[in-house]
Design a protein around this ligand. Structure first.
Ligand code: SF4
Ligand code: SF4
Length: 163
């Protein structure tokens, strides 16, 4: 199992999948959670980017580096997720991820959820609704205590660990 906190900004989905009607606004969840390692910008996971304002999101939004312009959380890509599921409002960042070499083909494309600060957030009714929506389409994994743990899928049901 990999340490999910060390996952770099990657996105298998090109930006044309983005819901252009949605904007990040005050959200800076990915600017806190994720590790960035590029020539122009570097930051470790769980440290807020130097360009982010705690209240207003990215201070250089229009001029943000390409790595940020081409990375989107699932809320920016999936219109069916309600407004209240914007990561800073829900407390969870969902991403569409790929593991193309996984020996089980059913595990090669999945959704990963990361609690921004508190894993109790996974118990919120709205979080559970989002989980149930995801597992009808793709396997869902959640970061728990620094590890990726499979929450469930249509085929496998829900992992009792999360019930
Ligand atoms: S987590 Fe999503 S909504 Fe929030 S800043 Fe990042 S891309 Fe935008
Ligand atoms: S440059 Fe802006 S969008 Fe990119 S990580 Fe920093 S605050 Fe976030």
């Amino acid at each position: 199992m990999t340490n999910a906190r060390s996952i770099s900004f990657t996105n298998i989905f090109p930006s044309h999948n983005v819901d252009e009607s949605r904007i990040c606004g005050e959200c800076n969840a990915c600017c806190l959670l994720l590790e960035i390692k590029t020539d122009i910008l570097q930051k470790p996971a769980d440290i807020l980017c130097k360009h982010s304002s705690k209240q207003d999101g990215c201070k250089i939004y229009k001029k943000r580096p390409a790595v940020c312009k081409t990375w989107y959380c699932a809320w920016r890509e999936i219109s069916e997720l309600p407004e209240e599921c914007r990561p800073d409002k829900l407390g969870i960042v969902f991403t569409l991820e790929a593991d193309p070499k996984h020996p089980d083909p059913s595990c090669r494309l999945y959704v990963l959820g990361r609690a921004i600060t508190d894993e109790e957030t996974y118990k919120k009714p709205l979080a559970k609704s989002a989980f149930n929506m995801f597992i009808r389409q793709l396997p869902l994994w959640l970061v728990s205590h620094g590890q990726r743990v499979e929450y469930g899928s249509l085929a496998k049901g829900i992992n009792p660990y999360f019930l």
